[in-house]
Design a protein around this ligand. Sequence first.
Ligand SMILES: [Zn+2]
Length: 252
Amino acid sequence: MRSRQDLQQAFDTLLAPERFKDYGPNGLQVEGREQVRKIVSGVTASRALIEAAVARGADAIFVHHGLFWRGQDGRVTGWMKQRLALLLAHDINLFAYHLPLDAHPELGNNAQFGRQLGLVASARFGEQDLGFLGQRGDGAVFTDTEALAVHVRKVLGRPVISVAGANGPLQRIAWCTGGAQSYFEAAIAAGAQAFLTGEISEPQAHYARECGVSFIACGHHATERYGAPAVAQHVASELGIAHEFVDVDNPA
Ligand SMILES: [Zn+2]
């Protein structure tokens, strides 16, 4: 059993949220009980995740997507009321770390997503250095965009949207998890031959064809489900408390 403050300090030391300009508050978003025996981690603080945490007797939840974002109108109604009511009724702490969780060089979303795919980063690019650029860890190359898309589909167990750039083998692969389609041009400028992220918008299909750099949209949730459990497990082991990851399936 450890105190809420011990958890907060362990997460902050690891993820250094003060180094980032973010879209919402990082750290403790909803205060729960003072002592923590068990953490449940997940991608998003959805009602389904909170219910799963309640069912598992968790004292704290650790997520990538918390409850509060810049631009919200601030009213506690509808889904927000339901999520908050559950957290407060069960006295559960909610910790959320957004960009700091994407960025951590070993345990973050980008590092862990790359690891799943067998990619090794050798450089970073884009705003706040969130983009990763590297190659296959086994030294091989992907024979073409289709081969890369098949590999990603197999590892993630879900369909992807793939737009081929140039024909031929792909060695320099860039990636940025989540809704990072706006990083595509920075990936192109950094010399990538293919870019992987969660989502695609209309313009990126044209950039891919016109710039000769392949684009693969792998799913926002699918690319961001590896960082939260890695960080939560690391901190739970460090503090000697229990941890369980709950993956609430999301096709988007
Ligand atoms: Zn995200």
